[in-house]
Design a protein around this ligand. Structure first.
Ligand SMILES: [Zn+2]
Length: 398
């Protein structure tokens, strides 16, 4: 058991100074420091104590769009990004990840992705994934999306299915409806998210296919979860409209160059909040491990970067720097993805919730990171590492 003392808890709601007793991977007790005497003395004596000296304690971040296997491959086999290791996430304050496949769902597949999920779980992280990838019909493990979602526990939905992108399979509205219905029904049967996570490209069609699919069916708007919606400014406006109709939209924390027709995730989030769209209908993810290629008019890659897990925490800090209260800024990284993905006990700090916690330093760095009650990062140093991460690997993690 671990006793955390003197933490300023943001649950994400600001709760003030609290002490917390963690055990069995959960928060067993939480109270004001003077209420510690409520706990039996033997319990207090048995617990290891970590004093946070009044520092801010937030729920571990949930990154719902990560290329765990490594993404890329759009400019030759040598541009396949290597798999991501444990400390890439933990040192960035991320305690839960959802992995997926993108453009390359041929040399990589659901087996490899699922193996990455199981490996990260063995190393102590909370991990899930989507079945499929950019293309329709989706690459699956059991032969059907319905089979994967029903029988493969970590698979929460299907994605990232590409639309409005030259790399997509150019899916029709009927194909999208079929995927939406399969995901929705599997979600009902299993209690899992049952969503279609949609990659949005730069195409002028934007979210038109999603609007048509919703208008032509009885599917609830929550079934579709479009991502990268801040990559074009007009696309972001379409996303605001969809969020008002009940779809949760996902912002990507990718780098944005000055003058680019895109919003950074922080800028988009500030605009989202100012628009009055429902506060619970927005999430932010990193696209870590994914290649961020820029294409010329012929569809050739002109240059390529790789998404970084650290972009999530830096976006959170930028939001706070720009005046958004921490409790409000936390929702798209914690409680909102937990609600959409139906991850009970995640994305919040409460008695009975998962003990996935991040203690922030005065400058906002992930000083203490606890996943399922175990300390992974202490005093800013990774004390647990992945199987093939030496000291050097951790030092170079983003
Ligand atoms: Zn994508």
């Amino acid at each position: 058991m671990l006793l955390l003392r003197n933490a300023h808890v943001y649950a994400p709601r600001a709760l003030g100074l609290r002490s917390l007793l963690l055990g069995g991977g959960r928060v067993l007790w939480m109270g004001a420091p003077h209420e510690l005497t409520e706990l039996p003395l033997a319990l207090r004596a048995a617990a290891e104590v970590l004093d946070l000296d009044g520092g801010r304690l937030i729920p571990g971040l949930i990154d719902a769009h990560v290329h765990l296997t490594g993404g890329g491959g759009e400019a030759g086999f040598r541009t396949r990004v290597p798999p991501l290791s444990l400390t890439r996430f933990t040192r960035a304050g991320i305690t839960s990840v959802v992995g997926l496949l993108g453009t390359d769902d041929v040399t990589r597949g659901p087996r490899e992705l699922l193996a990455c999920v199981y490996a990260l779980r063995e190393e102590g992280l909370n991990a899930w994934c989507y079945t499929g990838g950019y293309h329709v019909p989706p690459a699956t493990l059991t032969g059907t999306v319905a089979g994967d979602l029903t029988f493969i526990e970590p698979m929460l939905g299907v994605g990232e299915v590409a639309i409005s992108d030259h790399r997509s399979s150019q899916p029709t509205c009927e194909e999208l409806l079929r995927l939406g219905s399969v995901a929705h029904v599997a979600g009902l049967m299993t209690g899992k998210a049952g969503i279609v996570h949609l990659h949005l490209g730069d195409g002028a069609r934007g979210l038109e296919l999603v609007r048509r699919a919703l208008a032509a069916s009885e599917l609830p708007a929550r079934v579709f979860h479009p991502t990268h919606v801040n990559r074009r400014r007009a696309l972001f406006d379409e996303a605001l409209d969809l969020a008002r109709r009940g779809t949760t939209v996902d912002l990507t924390a990718f780098p944005v160059a000055p003058g680019e027709d895109a919003y950074s995730a922080a800028e988009a989030m500030l605009r989202y909040a100012a628009s009055g769209a429902p506060a619970e209908r927005v999430t932010i993810s990193s696209d870590a491990g994914g290649a961020l290629p820029c294409f010329d008019a012929d569809g050739h890659v002109s240059h390529m970067e790789v998404g970084s897990a650290g972009a999530l925490l830096s976006t959170l800090l930028e939001l706070v720097d720009r005046g958004m209260p921490l409790d409000q800024a936390l929702a798209p990284f914690t409680s909102n993805p937990a609600r959409l993905l139906r991850l009970g006990g995640k994305g919040e700090i409460a008695v009975g919730s998962g003990a996935d916690l991040v203690g922030l330093s005065a400058t906002g760095a992930a000083q203490t990171v606890i996943v399922r009650g175990l300390v992974h990062v202490q005093d800013g140093q990774c004390i647990r590492r992945g199987a093939f991460e030496g000291d050097e690997g951790a030092a170079h993690a983003q």
